[in-house]
Design a protein around this ligand. Structure first.
Ligand code: GAL
Length: 347
């Protein structure tokens, strides 16, 4: 077990950004204070340790991209339709930053803040940020913590947040993962324990929950992605791949909700979460991203995001799990990524 903290550049030439690296006997993960990002996840593959998280070697890389690479996204991740919602009878008008809708917290969301390190030890680091009342027009001063814990073959991500006024919250991690360590993700196998997904309209706003059964959105059995990505199913064609919210079937935290693996590397990942949903995004718009770690080129579909959290547009959709956080109450949510090797890949 080891813990390293180092400088990772200066934001606007003044504010120090730090990188923290936590290692167990199995995996090694790095995090940066800018965006409380996951900067790397090194896991055992059949060819030794490989980095399965897309990202950048320098702070400039993170500042000069708009893909939310590895970032903690909030105060409200995903879309709020019409850039507005009503809470306790009052309408809140947000900044529209994707057509007429608000995406990922607005113009300057949590992903663009330099978080403080509240606490760090050999297993974990806790990042802290206070989002002031009225920031991006959301009500209430919100104290947010993101804690990353590395333990054996597991990386745990835990959120906690408290507001002094009623507000809405949806905090997710936006890591792009490639379990082969690079290349296109079509060769990945994915399973998502979900009977229902949210089809979207042409502005990527959810319409109404629909059964996955009988459609290429059915990922309840481990399925290779390439066939699904090439399907002529309207929802997949329109989004250029998967970019949909799946409502996770309720089960115990100890039952994995998502599995993903790559035959090329032998890496298998299981996700455990108490979040009600996941936005599964196949990196359909990565083209144009600046060069990544070691000069890596990130083209469309070179990374997968499993954005465990709430449902898009839930402040406007009473039928979705509520995003309301009442004043003084604590929002808590966790996701655990567990890594292993496929049986055939073990030496
Ligand atoms: C995802 C979203 C995509 C895209 C991406 C960022 O969470 O669902 O549509 O906006 O973030 O590039």
């Amino acid at each position: 077990m080891s813990f390293i903290i180092e400088d990772f550049g200066k934001l606007n030439g003044t504010e120090q950004v730090k990188r923290i690296t936590l290692s167990s006997d199995a995996i090694e993960c790095s995090f940066i204070t800018y965006g409380a990002c996951i900067q790397s996840i090194k896991v055992p593959s059949k060819d030794g340790l490989i980095d399965i998280a897309l990202g950048f070697d320098t702070l400039e890389g993170y500042v000069h991209q708009d893909k939310y690479m590895g970032a903690t996204v909030g105060r409200f991740a995903n879309r709020i339709s019409g850039a507005a919602f009503t809470l306790n009878g009052k309408e809140y008008l947000l900044a529209p930053n994707e057509g007429r809708n608000t995406l990922h917290g607005g113009l300057c969301g949590f992903d663009k803040k330099n978080w403080a390190i509240e606490d760090a030890d050999v297993n974990s680091v806790t990042f802290f940020y206070i989002s002031p009342d009225g920031e991006e027009s959301f009500p209430g001063s919100l104290s947010v913590r993101v804690r990353y814990t590395v333990d054996g073959n597991r990386l745990a991500v835990s959120y906690s947040a408290v507001s002094d006024q009623d507000t809405v919250v949806n905090i997710i991690n936006h890591s792009y993962l490639n379990l082969s360590g690079g290349g296109a993700v079509g060769d990945h196998f994915v399973r998502i324990d979900s009977d229902l997904y949210l089809p979207t309209d042409k502005e990527s706003i959810p319409i109404a929950a629909a059964p996955v059964a009988g459609t290429p959105m059915d990922l309840r059995q481990v399925s290779i992605l390439s066939e699904r990505l090439d399907s002529s199913f309207d929802q997949i064609k329109k989004a250029r791949g998967f970019d949909h919210c799946f409502i996770l079937n309720p089960s115990d935290f100890s039952a994995s909700k998502i599995t993903c693996c790559s035959d090329a590397s032998g890496v298998i990942m299981k996700l455990f979460t108490d979040a009600p949903a996941v936005q599964f995004y196949t990196g359909n718009f990565l083209e144009g991203c600046p060069a990544g770690k070691g000069g890596a080129v990130y083209s469309d579909r070179s990374g997968l995001c499993f954005e465990t959290g709430g449902c898009p547009d839930s402040p406007n959709r009473p039928e979705f799990p509520s995003a309301l956080l009442k004043a003084g109450e604590r929002f808590i949510q966790s996701t655990v990524f567990e890594f292993g090797l496929l049986p055939d890949s073990r030496k």
